[in-house]
Design a protein around this ligand. Structure first.
Ligand code: AMP
Length: 223
């Protein structure tokens, strides 16, 4: 099963992707995390990636596709995986099928209004050491300003600055939103209301995935 999480930055793809990973055992593949790791290596390519990300632009398709290709062919992805932040362009979406065939797949859009996103991302903080994500309003750390997993001081992602968030939203509407039509045409598209609580959004996602997995099992028995 290939689960594709669509939705603007800050819609909760990471949080919901982690929950899917935990419950169903499909590893979460976040291209944002993979690219941040590449940027942190400080190689010439890493530094270029970092500059693009800090502006809120998209990293080039070819590079991102190569990173994903390597990851989805790893052993732990045989039964399935959850894509968080990929594909983000129509080219990426088409290449995904080419690189990993026609698996059972579903695209779930976590729908959130732009005004809510701007508000949410201005309150998002991350732990630079272990990658944990907090929201000062919705999911605050137990101790103010500190990661409750590893104790490091929390920081704001450079690309969560309001001007960069507006640019990321502009790019989302321009380049990524057309994927909704693409997956609708494939009859695998399901929207969920992303402004509900984290638990409620996950319940809706779970209902979709359970239904798909049940019909997959049923097909298996009939064969
Ligand atoms: P995210 O953590 O998903 O919000 O991604 C952070 C940044 O990484 C984005 O704003 C882009 O600059 C870059 N990025 C992540 N995924 C992709 C992708 N599929 N294609 C191009 N750039 C990406």
């Amino acid at each position: 099963m290939r689960v594709i999480l669509l939705g603007p930055p800050g819609s909760g793809k990471g949080t919901q992707g982690e929950r899917i990973e935990h419950l169903y055992g499909f590893p979460r593949i976040s291209t944002g995390d993979l690219l941040r790791a590449a940027a942190a290596e400080g190689t010439p390519l890493g530094l270029q990636v970092k500059a693009v990300m800090e502006r809120g632009d998209l990293v080039g398709d070819d590079l991102v596709i190569e990173i994903v290709r390597e990851r989805v062919h790893a052993q732990d992805c045989r039964e399935g995986y959850v894509l968080d932040g990929f594909p983000r362009t129509l080219t990426q979406a088409k290449r995904l099928t080419e690189m990993d065939g026609e698996r059972d797949e579903t695209a779930i859009e976590i729908r959130v209004e732009d005004s809510v996103i701007v508000d949410r991302l201005s309150s998002r903080r991350i732990c630079p050491s272990c990658g944990a994500v907090y929201n000062m309003k919705l999911k605050p750390p137990e101790q103010e300003g500190l990661c409750h997993i590893c104790g490091s001081p929390l920081v704001r992602r450079q690309d969560d600055a309001p001007a960069v968030v507006r640019e990321r939203l502009r790019i989302y509407h321009l380049q990524t939103e057309p994927l909704i039509g693409f997956y609708r045409m494939k009859s695998i598209f399901y929207p969920v209301h992303g402004e509900n609580s984290i638990d409620r959004v996950f319940e809706d996602i779970r209902a979709i995935l359970d239904d798909l997995l049940r019909s997959k099992d049923k097909r298996r028995v009939e064969i």
